[in-house]
Write a new protein. Structure first.
Length: 263
């Protein structure tokens, strides 16, 4: 059950169910940040203040009010120049800040890639392939360490095989929702929430120390790899063990969610 925050400090900050499996990697710090933001009496900027208070020394940015960004400056360019992340008092930006606290190297790498593209091409009406893919990753990526058979079935969208005969292999898989927009949607989960799965080579414990994963991921993210968009769609409530409903017959037969691959 989703509980709405009652504090006037951050009225747009809904309370996640930190016990949900998709919030496991974020729960320890997330609870503290949400509690601090909703209990704050600083008014506008409560989320930024809470994030700054809980940021480890390794985090290379501070969090500031979104009002500090000039109208003619791109969001990513502002972060790169000021080493500051514009933050509104809502769940979207709170989850973005939480990602900075746990994946500082990866977030800095994404920002550097974005800033380099902006410096070269400026801000255009449409993003180029690198900026587009970096944004998709930042907002909606799901990190997946999985056996080859699982990954191949996912890429091919062989849903019946992926969640039927191959279902036992999910015990060997590790899944972490990275994208802050996806995390925001999962506050009130619904069947069609779909992440962009990015295959991760090293195994990791979603609820453990993620420093090694952060370091590997920052190295793995390159302009060329992002431009190739090596994502695979993964309906998040279909992950075995994440949602009781996916044990029901016919759950994966919903073609509006588990869509066939385009020819």
């Amino acid at each position: 059950m989703v509980r709405q925050a009652t504090s006037t400090a951050a009225p747009g900050l809904a309370q996640p169910d930190w016990a949900a499996p998709w919030y496991r990697p974020w729960a320890a710090t997330g609870r503290e940040v949400w509690q601090a933001a909703t209990a704050s009496n600083v008014g506008v900027g409560a989320v930024a203040a809470a994030l700054n208070a809980h940021a480890p020394p390794a985090v290379p940015v501070r969090f500031v009010s979104a009002a500090e960004v000039p109208a003619d400056v791109a969001y990513e360019a502002f972060i790169a120049r000021q080493r500051a992340v514009p933050t509104r008092d809502n769940g979207h930006d709170a989850f973005n800040g939480l990602a900075w606290l746990r994946f500082a190297r990866t977030k800095a790498r994404l920002n550097a890639l974005q800033a380099a593209e902006i410096a070269r091409d400026g801000v255009r009406a449409t993003r180029g392939p690198v900026r587009d893919a970096a944004t998709v990753f930042d907002e909606n990526a799901v990190l997946l360490h999985a056996p080859d058979a699982l990954w191949q079935a996912l890429v091919a969208r062989r849903w019946r095989e992926l969640f039927g005969p191959l279902r036992p292999l999910w015990r060997e898989a590790r899944v972490l929702v990275f994208g802050h927009a996806a995390l925001e949607k999962l506050v009130t989960p619904y069947k069609s929430i779909t992440g962009h799965a990015w295959r991760v080579e090293p195994a990791f414990d979603p609820g453990g120390d993620l420093l090694a994963l952060d370091e590997w991921l920052a190295r793995d993210l390159s302009a060329d790899k992002l431009a190739a968009k090596p994502f695979a769609p993964l309906p998040l409530l279909g992950v075995p063990g994440w949602w009781a409903g996916n044990e029901a017959p016919g759950f994966y037969e919903d073609a509006q969610v588990f869509r066939v691959a385009r020819r």
